[in-house]
Design a protein around this ligand. Structure first.
Ligand SMILES: C[S@@+](CC[C@H](N)C(=O)[O-])C[C@H]1O[C@@H](n2cnc3c(N)ncnc32)[C@H](O)[C@@H]1O
Length: 207
């Protein structure tokens, strides 16, 4: 990544709590959302794989979002990519109305290793509730990480706080071996090339 772009921002600092993002206008045949899309490489691959789908990336680094939207302007009309500058810790209910999202991807979220920084992590019981609200009844919620402790914590959030709302498609407390979507993220490519393990989970709403 270019050195022009900051690598980490604190999502709980005042400047990232004091703005309201605009929700996306739904224009695609399906709405797919990557939460924390960074440079957006996955968004562009996914849009090429799924013409007509609206592939939205939510990202807290504003300069990356501007670049994604600039690049998206050069795509053919059936490849729909949109970046949204927003803070996942607070903005999901503002961005996505009830039962409007076909798929959420949480790909390699920032780990915030230090205990005192865990509160900056994206996946919380509160966020899970908001994602469940926004998912369509046949929607999907996918998570992957190459950091085992983080994946385990995420699995516990899904299993313990998703009770009655979502089910693990492979059975309770199960990880998924392969990425079922066939398009990698930047981080996923990096880890795969080095031969590292990746822990994945896929959930769908309970009807
Ligand atoms: C490790 S990167 C993963 C990028 C990409 N998903 C991938 O798999 O290659 C995590 C991204 O999430 C973004 N992020 C972290 N906290 C966020 C928040 N609260 N709201 C929006 N984006 C956030 C970071 O800025 C970063 O770009």
């Amino acid at each position: 990544m270019s050195r022009r772009f900051r690598h980490h921002v604190n999502p709980l600092s005042e400047q990232y709590l004091a703005f309201t993002p605009n929700p996306p206008t739904i224009v695609g045949t399906a709405l797919e959302v990557e939460l924390g899309c960074a440079e957006g490489e996955f968004l562009f691959r996914r849009a090429m794989q799924k013409p007509g789908h609206q592939v939205v990336g939510v990202e807290i680094r504003r300069d990356l979002v501007a670049r994604i939207n600039s690049m998206a302007g050069d795509l053919p009309p059936d490849q729909i990519v949109q970046g949204i500058f927003a803070n996942l810790n607070i903005h999901v209910p503002v961005l996505f109305a009830r039962e409007t999202v076909d798929r959420f991807f949480i790909n390699f979220p920032d780990p915030w290793f230090k205990k005192q920084h865990h509160k900056r992590r994206v996946l919380t019981p509160e966020l899970l509730g908001q994602l469940c609200d926004a998912l369509k009844p046949d929607g999907e919620l996918f998570f992957q990480s190459d950091i085992f402790d983080l994946a385990l914590d995420a699995l516990a959030v899904f299993e313990e706080f998703g009770t009655g709302r979502i089910r693990n498609v492979l059975g309770p407390w199960s990880f998924m071996g392969e990425n079922p979507y066939g398009v990698p993220t930047r981080r996923e490519l990096h880890v795969t090339e080095k031969g590292g393990p990746i822990w994945r989970m896929l959930y769908t709403p309970l009807s």
